[in-house]
Design a protein around this ligand. Sequence first.
Ligand code: 4EH
Length: 234
Amino acid sequence: MKIAIMGAMPEEVAPILEKLGDYKTIEYANNKFYETTYKGVELVIAYSKIGKVFSTLTATTMIQHFGADVLLFSGVAGAISPTLKVGDLIVATKLAQHDLDITAFGHPYGFVPEGSVFVEADKRMIELSKEVAKEMGKVVQEGIIATGDQFVANEERKNWIGATFNADALEMEGGSVAVVCNALNVPFFILRAISDAADMDASFSFDTFLETSAIESAEFVLKMVDKLLEKSEN
Ligand code: 4EH
């Protein structure tokens, strides 16, 4: 088994690399990929750069070039649901692209022919995340994540995304990573820690909490790796 761990920003993967210590750096497709062996399993780690296009490229590369057969995403997100506060964790049950719009042709938001509005994450890993949460004594909310090439810092846009996709959180990479993993039959898990509320204070809140929230998410995702290994032993 080879496990891919990705984030979008350097701050999102730094805590993971720090914990792992020794790794090999491989340059490919204008990006750096970090490879290491952890408890006898191969890991490939990278941050994609921000947005749907770069995250698509990185997820595809990790699977097709590096041979990952499971993918975990760790990062931060803006909250839509009022029950999500800065530092809280959300696991994506399914993801959509909120900025995909061919409604002029009568299609719903987020839909293109032969695609689907939502892509579901791997149910087994969501189950495992409940065990991890319990063991860590943490609360992890499950919910819908909406993705788009836009930093949302606007109450009106945030509410529209919440209402249109029934989404609980928003970010800029999960929906595209989901499309890639789904197409290539790679089970995926997307975890985000809240950094802001996607409102007028979002950029300030984001800058303040990026680092601490990214650490929250990274710690959890590493425990997910431990859990996957524990389960694959029996
Ligand atoms: O990778 C992008 C980062 C913001 S853009 C998406 N990430 C963070 C999640 C996120 C988010 N996405 C959309 C957290 N809050 C969000 C929000 N809307 N309100 C960025 C950040 N810093 C420097 C440059 N670009």
